[in-house]
Design a protein around this ligand. Sequence first.
Ligand SMILES: [Zn+2]
Length: 270
Amino acid sequence: MATANKLHVLDCGAMSCDLTWLLLKPGRSIRPRADKDRPVEWYPCTTHAVLVETDDGVLLWDTSCPRDWETRWEPTGLQEFFPYDQVTEEQYLDARLSQLGVSPDQIDYLVLSHLHFDHAGNIDMFARTGAKLIVNDKEKDWAFGYDGAFNGAHLKVDYEKYAFETVSGDTAILPGVTVLEAPGHTPGTMSLRVDLPDTGTMIFTSDAIYMGDSYGPPAVPAAIVNDLSAWYRSVEKIRGIAEETNATVVFGHDAAQLRSMRTSPTGYYA
Ligand SMILES: [Zn+2]
């Protein structure tokens, strides 16, 4: 089986948010009466990107949040709910890439799990590099199909200037690198499967599954779900592939998990 060569997890810091956005879980984000005076739990909503090296090219999965999040997100109002305020200079995406000696023009494929502003916030860095920009066809249709400048966390200024190539269904992109269609969170959310020679299979769920507590079983949904029954199907689809391949499943916004992983530039997976 073809495999990728090396995979770098780029820890890009965290937004802060009320956990209720991510996890509608009685006893955790939803309070019983005994806890009615306990404050809401604010959570470090970690954000990451993934750089994959293969014999046939280099792929970047997602781009995290932009440095100018506070002004760029202002029209949506969501900068007050998801401030990208737990980030150090070395954690911004551009810094993470340069720590690896990778310049944006060395990226052959930029694949976006979906076009929310905390995943598509730095496409600008790759605008003139010749990188192929790839997104799911249903995501593109939806993200370009609404009226106005934004809809929820889709913000046209992040992506509307760019020509995306689209994929549909589960699609192999490079040796050992496959995108998995996993709609529900948004109409065209995708997860990323990478097969590595020593580590085996890793699945990066992006927002198809926010965190370990969302995965369960049983799966626990979030406040932001475009289509709940599609979301449940996608979680079980990923679970099926993960069980079949004995994969390491890496969730989109799981702080404890991200902090337990080998992250760039000190560690990588091969
Ligand atoms: Zn999202």
